[in-house]
Write a protein that binds this ligand. Structure first.
Ligand SMILES: Cc1ncc(COP(=O)(O)O)c(C=O)c1O
Length: 394
């Protein structure tokens, strides 16, 4: 039995806050009507939906609640933004970055098979997109630029406002507008989202990353931005997301974002302190550790570290036996033996990339959790290294 249970995989998913569960419960038991039904049960559900949409719009500083489409996850929001926009505008060319989440990358790969042209912009050694390359790649056919707000593996924050300025300037003289999408799944609840200040047309979020329930997300679509549905059926969500609305989930997500927004400063302060303690401890106690997260420009929850001559998956399993949950990359790619494409894109060699762990902190973590990790981790790394032929030959 492990001495302690420590969850450091909050970028994969978070627990649902009890206040959120409480806010959701009535929509399972009492107010369970279908928001499309005409009777009072349906109208009660519809009122809750309307209120949640208004509140959600305020929380991200949207101009109108009509700009919010509730979806079932971040992946759906990303697909809807990119495919939906291309279809509605007869677009041809997409620009994205090399370190996007698979929800964007695989969507773009799929679109390539449908005949769309996609450019994947490289990043520098800290993971920031190369703006000069981005500018060079823009053509008259460019319809959408999709760049994530913060990366899920290394935590780097991309210069969204700067990219938006570049696009706005170009749009002022172009015939075909370029639309700007950002995947804000890793920043919602950690950075106060302001869609107007960011200057974006489309923004994706997912509730389970900020202590909301799983199975619900949102897509912000700026007024005047045309998108087509990617699912076909009823008229829900302005015809863009057919299917009976998940009222409990939507209410829960809105509550979770409200709570997170109110606590952003204090939570970031706490997370930064814990992350610093973890980083310093690792560097002091474990030789040949490489920090892949740029502390001057990242979400405070993520610490990505490589350990020379260590196999990340072995480390993960041994940490798990001691009650510590981490990941070797994004949750969606875990189990894959390929080194992380994100780490490759910042210039890590494949062997170092294989020896990498992502610690992602959350609101439940304490100093005692970090002390426990620092007690256990050096011994495990040493043990794994002792089994490594590469380490022993040094
Ligand atoms: C940056 C990013 N985008 C999209 C997603 C997909 O979100 P969901 O799991 O809600 O589909 C994730 C999930 O890890 C993510 O980190």
């Amino acid at each position: 039995m492990a001495k302690r249970k420590v969850y450091l995989d909050n970028s994969a998913t978070t627990y649902t806050r009890p206040e959120v569960v409480e806010a959701m419960l009535p929509y399972y038991t009492n107010i369970y009507g279908n928001a499309s039904s005409v009777h009072s049960f349906g109208q009660d559900a519809k009122n809750a939906l309307t209120e949640a949409r208004k509140k959600f719009a305020q929380l991200i500083n949207a101009e109108s609640s009509d700009e919010i489409i509730f979806t079932s996850c971040g992946t759906e929001s990303d697909n809807m933004a990119i495919i939906g926009l291309l279809e509605a505008t007869n677009g041809k060319h997409i620009i994205t970055s090399q370190l996007e989440h698979h929800a964007v990358l695989h969507t773009c790969k799929y679109l390539e098979t449908c005949g769309y042209k996609v450019d994947y912009i490289p990043v520098d050694s800290s993971g920031i997109i190369k703006l000069d390359v981005l500018k060079e790649k823009i053509t008259d056919d460019t319809t959408i630029i999709s760049i994530m707000h913060a990366n899920n593996e290394i935590g780097v924050i991309e210069p969204i406002e700067e990219i938006s300025k570049i696009i706005k300037e170009l749009n002022s003289t172009r015939k075909n507008q370029i639309f700007f999408h950002t995947d804000a799944v890793q920043t919602a609840g950690k950075i106060k989202l302001d869609v107007q200040k960011l200057g974006i047309d489309l923004l994706s979020v997912s509730a389970h990353k900020f202590y909301g329930p799983k199975g619900v997300g949102a897509l912000y679509v700026k007024q005047g931005t045309k998108i087509s549905p990617i699912l076909h059926g009823g008229h829900h969500e302005n015809g863009l997301k057919p299917g009976t609305e998940n009222i409990a989930g939507i209410v829960g997500m809105t509550k979770a974002l409200e709570l997170a927004n109110n606590e952003i400063e204090s939570e970031n302060k706490k997370c930064s302190m814990l992350r610093e303690k973890l980083k310093t401890g690792i560097l002091n106690l474990i030789p040949k550790s490489i920090i892949n997260t740029d502390f001057s420009n990242s979400v405070s929850s993520i610490l990505n570290v490589s350990f020379e001559s260590v196999e990340g998956e072995s480390l993960l399993l041994m940490l798990d036996m001691q009650g510590i949950a981490v990941s070797t990359g994004s949750a969606c790619a875990s189990g894959s033996t390929e080194p992380s494409y994100v780490l490759k894109s910042i210039g890590l060699d494949p062997v170092t990339a294989q020896g990498t762990i992502r610690f992602s902190l959350g609101r439940q973590n304490t100093h005692e959790d970090i002390a426990y990790v620092l007690e256990v981790l050096p011994k495990i790394v040493e043990k794994v290294r002792q089994m490594s032929p590469v380490w022993n030959k040094r």
